[in-house]
Design a protein around this ligand. Structure first.
Ligand code: ZN
Length: 82
């Protein structure tokens, strides 16, 4: 479903959170910049990113931060060899 907000929408919170993680891996945002969290839209019923705080608890989860760090390194490496 298309949302009147014009934002990318995700069917579930899980999908939105995964996309949020991927977004941060690929864009290398400074701390506190870029999309901070996901929310359920009152308009379309799907999930979008928001750049407003509070930041998602994903960003204080050590396992997820480790994973982001690892994936970011392999992503940077892939870009270098291409
Ligand atoms: Zn929406």
């Amino acid at each position: 479903m298309r949302c009147s907000s014009g934002k990318t929408s995700f069917e579930s919170k899980e999908l939105a959170e995964e996309a949020l993680i991927q977004n941060h891996i690929r864009s290398n945002h400074r701390k506190g910049s870029g999309p901070q969290n996901v929310y359920e839209c009152q308009d379309c019923g799907e999930w979008h990113f928001t750049s407003r705080p509070p930041a998602s608890e994903l960003f204080s989860d050590k396992d997820i931060l480790n994973r982001m760090d690892l994936e970011r390194r392999s992503y940077d490496w892939e870009r270098k060899v291409k």
